[in-house]
Ligand binder design. Structure first.
Ligand code: NAG
Ligand code: NAG
Ligand code: NAG
Ligand code: NAG
Ligand code: NAG
Length: 378
């Protein structure tokens, strides 16, 4: 054995030590980073989703499966909606609980407007009106006043619905994301009608959406002036809301960019018929914008309102929309929020040509306050 062998051994040990040290250092650095990463992600997950500024709930929203989806969850906190649902004493047990169990729990505030209180359900509010269709207009005016006086600062948006409506609240928030509640907006299925002072039309009964500013103008201007709001009671509540808000709010049909409908005041079923729509059917005279009958082009993938749903149908829709997933089909996970629209773009949309037989030509007169104009935050 020469002297080279032990020398090589020393060298080997030296290289081994260097290698070991480097390896250890690398391992240490990587695992530290890894732990850090896990910690940060963990922290992110632990951030409470309900922020301090969120509205106290009237209903106890306890269900943990309310939203599986983070984005819908964030929108719930960002786009706060008070839902008022018209009902009457006969339906307190028959219909109200089913709205509460399905879409109603996705409202930031949920009120049922009736003519009698119900000690078993604090969400039911009694207003001093008589029961029955012929008193719907008084009921609407009193409700407008009630939400203005009691809940104006709790939410940004207000939705009127009936106890036989089914709503997809996530899609409503997606639509409203484009707008600013300080602009007076009035949204739904826009109808045209031959009636004095209703040339801008009105949103069909069922689901109607009002921005906070629209509620303010309704109470502070329209209700006080008979040239806007009709004083006598009536069953034409939806037509008269349109008359009260004419010129004061911007009227918008809730359909999507493809001109497909999202609000269905007569339900969705009628639109799925594969034969031409009967031109004498009253509905086709009223619709502000026409739609493609027969086939899926009629109806938006992000539909919001369906009307005339029995409690059973409500649960069925809830099941089909939120639970059924065809096996092997991937959901599109690249969902993007829409752009916020400028006031000019909103007006342009509102002034779109109507195809309704009932449409009355008229001069537009948008009375828009300075503070209603949406500007980007600096
Ligand atoms: C909400 O939850 C609280 C505490 O669990 C309970 O006392 C209250 O009765 C609940 N309210 C409703 C409307 O269920
Ligand atoms: C009511 O509204 C009309 C139309 O905007 C207006 O000309 C009139 O001055 C108003 N009346 C009152 C009492 O404010
Ligand atoms: C409806 O409201 C008007 C105006 O507030 C009132 O004079 C009338 O008595 C009300 N009608 C009913 C049936 O409550
Ligand atoms: C709506 O009606 C207009 C005019 O009649 C027509 O040109 C258009 O194609 C119709 N749109 C749809 C979606 O049916
Ligand atoms: C998924 O959604 C994005 C954005 O909305 C769209 O561009 C894309 O085409 C969709 N992909 C599929 C497979 O539908």
């Amino acid at each position: 054995m020469s002297i080279i062998a032990p020398l090589k051994k020393v060298q080997d040990v030296f290289y081994f030590l260097i290698g070991f040290l480097l390896g250890f250092l690398l391992f240490f650095l990587l695992t530290q980073n890894y732990h850090q990463l896990i910690k940060e992600n963990f922290k992110k997950k632990l951030v409470p989703r309900v922020t301090e500024t969120s509205v106290p709930q009237i209903t106890n929203i306890t269900s943990t499966d309310l939203y599986e989806h983070e984005l819908a969850d964030q929108l719930f906190n960002e786009i706060k909606i008070l839902c008022w649902v018209f009902t009457h004493p006969d339906n307190h047990k028959k219909k109200v609980p089913h709205v509460m169990k399905t879409w109603g729990r996705k409202c930031n505030k949920l009120l049922f407007i009736s003519t009698k209180e119900d000690e078993s359900n604090p969400n039911i509010i009694a207003l001093p009106v008589e029961n029955g269709r012929s008193h719907l207009w008084n009921k609407t005016k009193l409700t407008m006043k009630y939400v203005y006086e009691n809940h104006l600062n709790d939410v940004d948006w207000f939705m009127r619905a009936d106890d036989d409506n089914f709503m997809i609240m996530e899609n409503l928030r997606y639509l409203l994301y484009q707008f600013h509640p300080q602009t007076a907006l009035y949204i739904g299925c826009r109808f045209a009608i031959h009636f004095p002072k209703t040339e801008e039309g009105y949103m069909a009964g069922g689901g109607q959406i009002f921005s906070k500013k629209a509620i303010i103008k309704f109470n502070e201007i329209s209700l006080k002036n008979t040239s806007y709001c009709v004083p006598e009671d009536s069953e034409l509540d939806d037509v008269f809301v349109g008359r009260c808000l004419k010129d004061l709010a911007i009227f918008l049909d809730g359909r999507d960019e493809l001109n497909q409908m999202r609000f269905f005041p007569i339900g969705t079923e009628e639109h799925m018929k594969h034969e031409a729509i009967d031109p004498t059917f009253w509905y086709s005279q009223y619709l502000w914008r026409n739609f493609s009958q027969g086939g899926l082009d009629c109806c938006s993938d992000t539909f919001i309102e369906s009307h005339y749903a029995s409690p059973q149908e409500m649960h069925m829709l809830d099941y089909l929309i939120y639970n059924v997933h065809p096996f092997g089909l991937q959901k599109n996970l690249t969902e993007t929020l829409p752009r916020k629209l400028s006031i000019e773009e909103i007006i342009k949309r509102s002034d779109e040509k109507s195809f309704a037989a009932n449409y009355q030509e008229h001069r537009r007169n948008h009375q828009i306050d300075e503070d209603e104009k949406y500007r980007k935050k600096k």
